[in-house]
Design a protein around this ligand. Structure first.
Ligand code: IPD
Ligand code: CA
Length: 262
């Protein structure tokens, strides 16, 4: 395993200790609303602090881009190593006690995501990938499911907290759900990407995501043999924030259905 990924695992396990302890006493959590329906808790902040501290202790000159604290001072266009962190992806689930959330950490080196982890602290599922070396769930190699038809697929979709997204989401849902076995909505984009990588679902789509929602999960999917792209099939999804992820055949069937919404 890549030594930097090992450090990220150590950081994620520290954050998981904070999150799991808090999950037993949700009434004590302090919640603030960043925007309408977009929440942050003191546990997101404490988990993020534990991750950043662990990473910077090992690699003091690395840059950080994290959901709650933003960009570190040394983040710029020249930064060689950037850690992209979401301490709890699925904060709304977490604060309701709905056990579907994860820690997401990716390492971007000279603009390329090279190492990734998504850790589900509820199920103790650790998804990891290193570019060119495959994707793993705990110690087992994972692959996307190879359905040849979208008609046999189970898909997942998400929508952000902005109420203006809802009408479009419902139109997309209608177009896609009538053509597959079903469309689920898990509330944690990073975990849904990991589920695509592990072949638990056949595909995922969502618009308007942030880079920390996507960075780690997208490497898991591509290293598991899948494709990640924008709604028009193009590959600038990390910046655009609109994502389709699936095995190659299902991805090919999803793009024409969703490209009108690009
Ligand atoms: C959210 C989750 C959710 C997605 C939202 C994200 P957060 O991230 O990934 O599934 O639909 O767009 O903002 O706020 O829980 O870290
Ligand atoms: Ca997130």
């Amino acid at each position: 395993m890549h030594p930097m990924l090992n450090t990220a695992i150590k950081a994620a396990r520290r954050a998981a200790t904070v999150i799991n302890r808090a999950s037993f006493d949700l009434d004590r959590i302090t919640i603030s609303e960043k925007n309408h329906n977009d929440f942050v808790t003191d546990i997101d902040q404490a988990a993020e602090a534990a991750i950043v501290e662990t990473l910077l202790k090992a690699y003091p000159d690395h840059a950080i881009l994290a959901e709650e604290s933003g960009a570190s001072k040394n983040l710029n266009d020249e930064s060689e190593n950037v850690w992209i962190i979401d301490p709890i992806d699925g904060t709304t689930n977490f604060l309701h006690g709905y056990p579907n959330y994860c820690i997401s950490i990716a390492l971007q080196q000279r603009g390329v995501i090279t190492n990734a982890l998504v850790y589900d602290p509820v199920r103790n599922d650790l998804f990891t990938a290193t570019k060119g070396a495959g994707a793993y769930l705990n110690d087992k190699r994972i692959r996307v499911r190879s359905h040849d038809r979208i008609g046999k697929a189970l898909l997942s979709a998400g929508h952000g907290p902005d109420p203006r997204q809802l009408a479009e989401y419902l139109r997309m849902y209608e177009v896609v759900a009538s053509r597959c076995h079903g469309v689920r909505s898990g509330g944690s984009a990073a975990l849904e990407l990991a589920n695509v990588a592990a072949g638990r679902i056949d595909g995922f789509f969502e618009k308007g995501l942030k880079v920390w929602d996507i960075a780690a999960g997208s490497l898991l999917v591509t290293e598991a043999g899948g494709i990640v792209g924008e709604f028009n099939g193009e590959s600038d999804y990390l910046h655009k924030g609109d994502v389709i992820a699936a095995g190659p055949k299902v991805f090919g069937a999803m793009v024409p259905l969703l490209s009108p919404f690009a």
